[in-house]
Design a protein around this ligand. Structure first.
Ligand code: PHE
Length: 441
């Protein structure tokens, strides 16, 4: 792998690929339902604070570690310090847990995409449609297989580049369409209360679980604490300005999540009332069809929207699968084919129960959660914070922030150097540790 490692020829190439990994279902599906459930404005506020402090510092550290070593996650930690190699291994396991259930949700998006393209948008807006769909077992499983199949084909034929080129056009379109739908949503009858709920932080809604969810969402959305940004960093040229690249990626990703909330939360108040804020993972699939259904030309807008979301999900899923495949190649010396087969086996073992957990296997709960929610919980609320704390300690006290600063400064001065050092040594690890432990007490 590492011998024929290329590099991004243009800065925009790297920023786009990293943004393509970051922007996905996390922004459009996961962020709005978590914000809705966890107090709206207060969740948004905490989320933004965490991105600006912990998120940006960690992303800088990860991309820089990648560029410094020129290696993917496991080998990168090993090269810097043998004793810390286990952090790389932990980080490499996370995408293997996320990919299967991420693709289940990707399958749901495909289902809606096809429904809208065929002109059945109105049907998807009916009460009970989503529940009926995910509990039907066969249909979600079918769409899951199609989604993971598409991702596999792209990985096998190595046409990621083509997808990235397409997403260069499609991502800006997604932003524009999201803005249009968000504006429409804000002016729906009764949406005002939703707008206030989403934008005005109310400290009465503050809870530990909300803070924990905001943090897990920050890692998830920015594709942090799982080695992905380290691997991307290994492709970055020495003349690249890492500091600006990181700022751009983080702000772009956060802007899209913000807009997605604006599109969905006011509409919840308009069509369903505040009780529906607790809908959980289904929120986007329940709310948006109602929004589209109430618009003139809604079938067309809905179809375009789901196509764009599908592309965003695809670029993220590709980066997840590539990370898993590359780890098998690097760590176990698997051939590319063998590594892909091993990855697909994981997708069957974890993905099928994630999909069936809302249907025929809904009786099977772990810690009170269905299988999909359990995978989401283990990876985002436990493993990522653990990897993140360890990464902070590793950078802050083992290789020292100066090592990162020097690498960043190969191209230009690191303007927020002080903030980075403070964050990676103290603020980030302490914050993450407290939030991580809080869920057990
Ligand atoms: N960040 C992606 C999103 O927001 C999800 C993802 C997580 C992608 C981890 C790659 C790795 O959808």
């Amino acid at each position: 792998m590492s011998d024929n490692r290329g590099s991004f020829t243009s800065r925009i190439g790297f920023v786009l690929a990293a943004a393509g990994s970051a922007v996905g279902l996390g922004n459009i599906w996961r962020f709005p339902y978590l914000a809705a459930k966890n107090g709206g404005g207060i969740f948004l506020l905490i989320y933004i604070i965490l991105v600006l402090t912990v998120g940006i510092a960690l992303m800088t550290a990860e991309i820089t570690i990648g560029r410094k070593t020129g290696l993917s996650v496991c080998s990168a930690f090993k090269k810097l310090n043998k004793k810390w190699a286990f952090v790389g291994v932990l980080g490499a396991i996370v995408p293997a847990i996320i990919l299967p259930y991420y693709s289940v949700i990707g399958g749901w998006v495909l289902k809606y995409l096809v429904a809208f393209c065929e002109g059945f948008g109105a049907e998807t807006a009916e009460d009970g449609f989503f529940g009926g769909f995910i509990s039907s077992s066969a249909s979600p499983l079918f769409w899951y297989i199609i989604f993971i199949g598409l991702v596999t084909i792209i990985i096998v034929y190595g046409v990621q580049k083509g997808i990235e080129r397409a997403s260069k056009i499609l991502m800006p379109l997604l932003v524009i369409l999201t803005i249009i739908v968000a504006i429409y949503s804000i002016f729906l009858p009764g949406a005002g209360a939703g707008l206030v709920y989403y934008l005005k932080p109310d400290f009465a809604n503050l809870s530990w679980s909300g803070v924990l969810n905001a943090m897990s969402q920050m890692f998830y959305s920015l594709s942090l604490a799982m080695g992905i940004m380290i691997t991307y960093g290994s492709y970055v040229q020495k003349k690249e300005n890492i500091e600006t690249a990181v700022t751009h990626i983080a702000l772009f990703d956060t802007a899209i999540a913000f807009l997605a909330g604006l599109m969905i939360i006011p509409a919840v108040f308009s069509f369903m009332g505040p009780e529906a804020l607790n809908a959980g993972p289904g929120l986007m699939f329940i709310t948006l069809p109602k929004v589209f259904n109430s618009m003139t030309g809604g079938d067309f807008i809905g179809a375009v929207f789901f196509i764009l979301v599908f592309f965003a999900a695809l670029t993220s899923a590709i980066s997840l699968m590539e990370a898993v495949v590359a780890s098998f190649q690097d760590e176990f010396n698997f051939s590319r084919t063998k590594a892909i087969i091993a990855t697909l086996i994981i997708c069957v073992v974890l993905g099928v129960p994630s999909s069936m957990g809302n249907g025929a296997w809904s009786g099977f709960l772990i810690m009170g959660m269905d299988f999909l929610s359990f995978c989401d919980y283990i990876s985002n609320n436990i493993m990522m914070p653990v990897v993140a704390v360890l990464t902070c300690v590793f950078v802050g006290y083992v290789i020292k922030p100066q090592a990162i600063v020097e690498e960043v400064e190969l191209s230009n001065t690191f303007k927020k150097k002080k903030l980075f050092e403070l964050s990676i040594k103290f603020f980030a690890p302490v914050c993450i540790f407290i939030i991580l432990v809080s869920q057990f007490v």
